[in-house]
Design a protein around this ligand. Structure first.
Ligand code: DGT
Ligand code: CA
Ligand code: CA
Length: 573
């Protein structure tokens, strides 16, 4: 599927246009990129079936963008883009993700210092050549160096949400082969870790050679690291590696257990086996030299006197002890989600109308949705003021008449927690909402004490129900803000403030460890998508995986509850 490749090009075109200070056009390319990136249908299929007209029906795709998609599908390049790349021969992929370096600044760095990549950037910053440039200064130079460190640390790992759809595609292709008796994803991708180093597959097959041939010739492979009789390893053009192993049926369960990991979990499990006088390896569970379990994972855990452990829990964070006592949590599942409370509509610059969002939510089987538009302080996101919110609410009330019995639309907002902890809307407006989400969207670099007090003050505001993306981290881009999370959890419990598990692939905030801690303290959470486009409503699965990794059960997550129960909790002081 070429959707992601084209989306990436559009984002880069938008970036080049912004470097040159072009108005409006960058937004159009960004929007097209966003749409393509989250589109479930394959653009190539659309084009094959419906031609240029079909492309133009994709929201956000007009004539000129459709022509560029066509050009790419036909020639594997887009001349408009190639021209920009010649004009600015810089490694955008490396540089555009450096926090604090926008397109305007990147252009200055290229024009004045010929900075083309991360290495150039680091050299110049270390030599103090950046601070004297107009609009930069010493503080910016220092921030750039910090951001470079961050980029280096996270190199070589990929966001789960970025690669999972692609990996599932490969999985389905392999699964459809008649020679494949069984196939599983293992390793970190089975544990649904937020970032993935490489992707691992296990297969049962009577004809391993044909599987190896098929695997190394999958479309999109740019390098074959190794091809053996039962094991191969490749790199995809998206940049990540995939390993595959074909295994005998008798030890498949043992291999499944071993290669799922984590390494820490496996070490703990082997220790338990040893204490029982048994030996566990990737080939099976043995008593002396006799194999006593190996075909399935379940029988291995069972012969060790334990319950089977869901892969998301296998991080050696206490799951082994609980499995021995047969007291593992009853983890939430995707099907438990009854609604999504953090959706941006067209009112604040999102891509879709509330009607479109409601229709999509009905398709997902939701009982309720919450429209949580940005509010006025956030000008770049077209935040709404009190009057606009009031008008929107009247619109939602009319829609609720129309959708009665099908879905309930809740009136909400994602308001801003200002640096002093106050909220950027008046009380009358806040009172008018079914629920109020509040989040930090500015001044990220405060001291730990200041930031903690800022968020606590918002939680103590009687109108605030939910704190969005509570730690503010962006995976591989920005660390969490300095906060005393333990203190925030305490106050959340006391004030019955709900903390969000934001499902956006680069947020996943709260993360697994923090979710587990929140649960221990009895803090309630909500899994939201923060969707700006209806196709992003499917991100909810990533939030659910993260919640499972944090041991969450239905009672911990308010949007697993029926509407009435959830509203009661929101309304309680
Ligand atoms: P990743 O790829 O970095 O996201 O993480 P994993 O967990 O997928 O790690 P990977 O691909 O190196 O190995 C897959 C699994 O194989 C890993 O989760 C556990 C198992 N494994 C690999 N190497 C070792 C090892 O040295 N000791 C043990 N006990 N298990 C290992
Ligand atoms: Ca792996
Ligand atoms: Ca591997």
């Amino acid at each position: 599927m070429k959707n992601q490749e084209i989306a990436k090009i559009f984002y880069e075109i938008a970036y080049f246009l912004e470097m040159e200070g072009v108005q409006f056009k960058p937004f159009a390319y960004q929007k097209a990129g966003l749409t393509l990136e989250s589109l479930e249908r394959d653009v190539e299929e659309i084009y094959k079936k419906e031609g240029l007209e079909g492309l133009k029906k994709i929201p956000g795709v007009g004539e000129s963008i459709a022509l560029k998609i066509e050009e790419y599908l036909k020639t594997a390049r887009i001349r408009y883009y190639e021209d920009y790349r010649k004009k600015y021969p810089i490694n955008l992929e490396e540089l555009m993700h450096i926090e604090g370096l926008g397109p305007k600044r990147l252009k200055i760095l290229y024009d004045k210092l010929k900075i083309k990549n991360l290495e150039d950037l680091e050299k110049s910053a270390k030599a103090g050549k950046i601070s004297p440039l107009p609009g930069f200064g010493e503080k910016t130079e220092k921030n750039i160096l910090e951001a470079i460190e961050f980029a280096k640390r996270s190199k070589g790992r990929f966001l789960l949400g970025e690669i999972l759809p692609r990996v599932k595609e490969v999985y389905e292709k392999l699964k459809s082969l008649k020679e494949v008796e069984r196939i599983d994803m293992v390793g970190s991708i089975r544990r649904m870790k937020e970032t993935i180093g490489d992707v691992d597959f296990l297969v049962i097959s009577k004809n391993p050679a044909s599987i190896m041939d098929f695997f190394v010739s999958l479309p999109g492979i740019i390098k074959v690291w190794g091809k053996g009789n039962t094991k191969s390893s490749v790199r995809l053009k998206e940049g990540f590696d995939m390993d595959i192993r074909v295994l005998p049926k008798d030890s498949y369960g043992a291999a499944l257990q071993y290669f799922t990991g984590s390494k820490e979990h496996n070490i703990g499990l082997r220790k338990i086996a040893m204490e029982k006088g048994l030996k566990l390896s990737e080939y099976g569970l043995f008593k002396s030299a006799r194999l006593i379990a190996g075909q399935t994972e379940e029988e291995i855990y069972q012969k060790l006197g334990m319950d089977w452990i869901p892969p998301e829990l296998r991080e050696d964070r206490g799951e082994l002890e609980l499995a021995l006592k047969k007291r593992l949590p009853n983890l939430i599942e995707l099907k438990d989600i009854k609604g999504d409370l953090h959706i941006h509509s067209k009112f604040n610059g999102g891509a879709n109308t509330i009607e479109e969002i409601a229709e999509q939510a009905i398709r997902l089987g939701y009982a309720y949705i919450g429209i949580a538009d940005h509010t006025k302080f956030l000008k770049i996101e077209h935040g709404l003021d009190e009057e606009q919110i009031h008008q929107r609410n009247k619109h939602i009330e009319r829609l609720n008449e129309r959708y009665k019995g099908r879905i309930k639309i809740l009136k909400g907002c994602e308001a801003n927690i200002l640096p002093d902890g106050s909220i950027d809307l008046d009380d009358k407006c806040l009172k008018e909402q079914d629920f109020v989400i509040a989040g930090v969207h500015s001044r990220f670099k405060m001291t730990k004490q200041e930031m903690t007090e800022r968020i606590i003050k918002a939680m103590r505001n009687p109108h605030v129900d939910i704190i969005s993306h509570p730690t503010g981290r962006l995976i591989q881009k920005r660390d969490e803000y300095e906060i005393n999370l333990e203190k925030i959890l305490e106050v959340a419990k006391e004030t019955k403030t709900i903390l969000e598990i934001n499902s956006y692939p680069e947020r996943l905030d709260l993360n697994d460890v923090n979710i587990k801690r929140a649960k221990e303290l009895g803090v309630k959470m909500v899994i939201n998508t923060d969707a700006h486009h209806i196709d992003q409503l499917r991100f909810i699965e990533y939030g659910v995986y993260q919640a499972r990794r944090g041991w969450a059960e239905k009672e911990d997550i308010i949007n697993c509850w029926p509407l009435k129960e959830m509203l009661n909790f929101l309304k309680s002081p």
